[in-house]
Design a protein around this ligand. Sequence first.
Ligand code: HMG
Ligand code: MG
Length: 296
Amino acid sequence: MNLPEQVTIYEVGARDGLQNEKTAIPVEVKAEFIGRLADAGLTAIEATSFVHPKWVPQLADADELMAELERRPGVNYPVLVPNERGMGRALAAGVGEIAIFASATEAFARKNLNRSMDEQYAMFEPVVSRALAEGMRVRVYLSMAFGDPWEGDVPIPQAVAAGKRLLEMGCYQLSLGDTIGVGTAGHVQELIAAFGDPSALAVHFHDTYGQALANTLAALQAGVTTVDASAGGLGGCPYAKSATGNLATEDLVWMLDGLGIRHGVSLDSLVETSTWMAGHLGRPSPSRVVTARSNS
Ligand code: HMG
Ligand code: MG
């Protein structure tokens, strides 16, 4: 099937998951959530965002969370940073890795960043330079890489041009975001192939149309070895109403286990954590695997 032997799971539940939940989650619960995710074996756990607190009130406690967070050896806790103001906050919080987040479309750049696409690059450049000078690694997301609620299908050359420009800034990895979950497996393979070399690519699927796992398998076959997922399938984007939760980490782990692909994460611990978190959120987890395990 042309699959990798090992996959890195990049966990986004505490950031992408919680940024869109209506229930306010106390900072100590977030810290415990992240601690439990590390206990489950995850080694890349996106913790929060240093964005404008008015834009994403759910993550307004980012400074406090990073002060409280117990860092485990061998685990990275990247945070989203949009601009120099956010970078200053991240540095003060002792962050070791950041992620910037760009848009493949003009419409979403405006909605999510209050910038045109050209202005987004201008905003990110000094952030990346500063981070690299501080010895940090920088990841970059490309949102709306497949489709956009305002602009429709995103042409592959448009997504590739934006992605390459961002990688050229010095980012170590580009995560292709299907922010509203409209992509399908053939599109995924075509987009990855259009980049030429998949080694710096990751995939970030939202499960709006139920395609996230199929798209992940397609991406693995196309040579991608880092997959973003959200414990319990939490998530969405507050500036794209049609975005639902991400691919659930449990569903990903179930598929990888079935394929014999190594990932280092305990399914039982994850299910326990997502069930515990669902209690705090006051709603059941949308993950099929969490649901199946809870009923068995
Ligand atoms: P803006 O209003 O244009 O900001 O927002 P500004 O640069 O004009 O600054 C206005 C004021 O905000 C200033 O204060 C700044 O200091 C302050 P004043 O001088 O007026 O007193 N400010 C800040 N304060 C704290 N932290 C900051 C910060 N920046 C400015 N970082 C901005 C521009 C980028 C800040 C805003 O649009 C923003 O915060 N956007 C973030 C939106 C967001 O977080 N969306 C969700 C994440 S993206 C996503 O979910 C997709 C993804 O999962 C991948 C996928 O699924 O595709 C990653
Ligand atoms: Mg997302």
